[in-house]
Design a protein around this ligand. Structure first.
Ligand SMILES: [Ca+2]
Ligand SMILES: [Ca+2]
Length: 332
């Protein structure tokens, strides 16, 4: 083969790679320039109505077949990287008690309930060690509480970089952001609008998370994990393959990490009436703390007044007088 034809192949390869590595031109056009609820609504319209693949099927590619492709390390086939164990496992051990199965990151029992399209959504599914999957069960994601009597590290012998406590599960650092972005996708994709589609909602209010509801969390921890484990080439390639080969929709937060905070961070609303100031924010953040400062550059201190919850809003009223003039909301 001549040098010239080698170069030709290299160029074709580069072009193909570039075409796959980014969303198609205009995919996010209707979301550009938006923020907050408007951005969320625009993204929902873009990613809804995806091609639903069967959860299990003997005649068509199903979720197990897809995970055998999506969770294979770059350049390899016939093996999957298990989400919590980080071990490579042969695709052929799917369904065996010593092998792997399908993990719903947003637990099936928190609003998916075996109903399509959410049940088979590949952005939410990962290959997992079968025993580790059982150990996680439907625990929410959070930093483990080491003072909890049920704290355990590792959470399971076959997942060395995990920990757990009575109600939550902490995955390995390298997948914390991947999991967070999958859950942000689920909240935006599922707004209760279509046939069989639940209204999935992320929250910091852990009391709301149970199998009779459609909540999942902890949202503030997920935002933090999104920051500490940014998108890498492998996560981006997985998003591309879900789009091109299976569902025809993308995870916007893998393509545009900056949109997470534009949608999910709480906004502190401040309304002033003379010497009285009412501060309010989303009840999805019951543990958020309001801090006050006299002026720019001075020390921020927590506001002592107890907040009052009224439906979806938490508010507190302070009398300022000659006191603080600046307020901010801080997550734990
Ligand atoms: Ca990662
Ligand atoms: Ca939702």
């Amino acid at each position: 083969m001549s040098t010239r034809s080698l170069l030709g192949i290299w160029w074709v390869g580069m072009l193909a790679w570039q075409a796959w590595a980014d969303p198609p031109a205009g995919y996010y056009a209707s979301a550009e320039g938006e923020s907050g609820a408007e951005l969320k609504a625009a993204l929902h319209e873009i990613i809804r109505g995806h091609t639903v693949i069967p959860y299990s099927s003997s005649s068509r590619p199903d979720t197990a077949d897809a995970l055998g492709v999506l969770d294979a390390p770059a350049g390899q086939s016939g093996v999957v990287r298990l989400i919590y164990s980080r071990r490579l496992e042969p695709v052929s051990t799917f369904g065996q008690s010593t092998g792997w199965n399908r993990e719903h990151l947003w637990p099936n029992s928190y609003g998916l309930d075996d109903v399509q399209p959410a049940y088979s959504d590949l952005h939410n599914l990962r290959a997992a060690d079968m025993n580790v999957n059982s150990a996680r069960g439907n625990k929410l994601y959070d930093e483990s509480d080491r003072t909890d009597a049920r704290f355990k590290e590792p959470a399971h012998a076959e997942a060395p970089a995990t920990s757990t406590d009575g109600d939550s599960w902490e995955p390995p650092d390298e997948v914390k952001g991947d999991i967070a972005r999958a859950l942000f996708y689920m909240d935006v994709r599922y707004e209760g609008g279509g046939v069989g589609e639940p209204q999935l909602v992320l929250t910091d209010d852990l009391a709301r998370i149970n199998s009779a509801a459609t909540f999942m969390g902890r949202m503030s921890t997920l935002i933090q994990w999104h920051r500490t484990d940014p998108v890498d080439a492998e996560e981006s390639a997985r998003n591309d393959t879900v789009w091109t080969e299976y569902q025809g929709n993308r995870n916007p937060f893998v393509d545009h990490p900056e949109w997470v905070e534009m949608i999910f961070l709480p906004v502190l609303t401040i309304s002033r009436d003379g010497d009285t100031v009412v501060l309010s924010w989303s009840a999805h953040f019951p543990d958020a703390v309001v801090e006050a400062a006299a002026e720019i550059g001075s020390t921020w201190t927590p506001v002592n007044q107890a907040p009052v919850r009224n439906g979806e809003v938490i508010a507190l009223t302070v009398s300022t007088g000659s006191g603080p003039r600046l307020f901010r909301l801080r997550l734990r």
